[in-house]
Write a protein that binds this ligand. Structure first.
Ligand code: FE2
Ligand code: FE2
Length: 193
């Protein structure tokens, strides 16, 4: 599914289920970071007109996801906590060497974004299938589809702006690297942990 090389161990859902407040907090900030990433791409690459158009739409969609998660937190009588460190993303973005041409840097950022969307989508699918909390399972089922669209959109832009063959090779390398990272994850109640 989604090209990912290593599926998440379903036992991760058991960990999540014990601490719904924690996963919702982490998830809310994932949506906030997705919003920030879209804004940052607009600021860094304003001359890519179709990217700017799509990122503008994405900002709205991701901040609406943030609100949906925030609403869930309120419904359950909680208050949004502080942002959590996302070690998965911190490790992931070390893969490609820094620098290179503008196009190279753009391609790298698009590939990171595609992968984070793909892994989030996989995690949401697992939550939608395995959570005993049926209301929350339904919530994740609805979100899953939009994250899958984001994954294909980012990958599509990388292929459009970069050299198709090079981009596909880089994507495969990044997928391998991500699978290695995932071997040590799936043990905490965070979206990527
Ligand atoms: Fe989202
Ligand atoms: Fe997304």
């Amino acid at each position: 599914m989604l090209g990912l090389k290593l599926p998440t161990d379903p036992r991760w859902v058991n960990i999540v289920e014990k601490n719904i407040e924690e996963i919702l907090t982490d998830h809310a900030f994932c949506e906030q970071k997705a919003t920030s990433t879209a804004i940052s791409l607009i600021v860094s690459f304003p001359e890519y007109t179709d990217l700017v158009q799509e990122m503008t739409a994405l900002v709205k969609e991701e901040i609406s996801h943030f609100k949906m998660v925030h609403d869930k937190i309120i419904e359950r009588g909680w208050t949004l906590g502080r942002d959590r460190r996302d070690d998965y993303v911190i490790q992931l973005v070390k893969f490609f060497p820094k620098g290179g041409s503008r196009t190279t840097q753009l391609v790298h950022r698009l590939l990171y974004a595609a992968l984070i969307e793909a892994r989030s989508c996989e995690r949401f699918r697992l939550l939608s299938e395995e959570l005993e909390d049926k209301e929350l399972a339904e919530f994740y089922k609805n979100l899953m589809a939009s994250e899958a669209n984001h994954y294909t959109m980012f990958l599509g832009f990388a292929r459009k702006y970069g050299n198709r063959k090079e981009v596909d090779a880089k994507w495969q390398q990044l997928l391998e690297y991500e699978a290695e990272l995932m071997r040590n994850l799936g043990k905490t109640e965070t979206i990527h942990g």
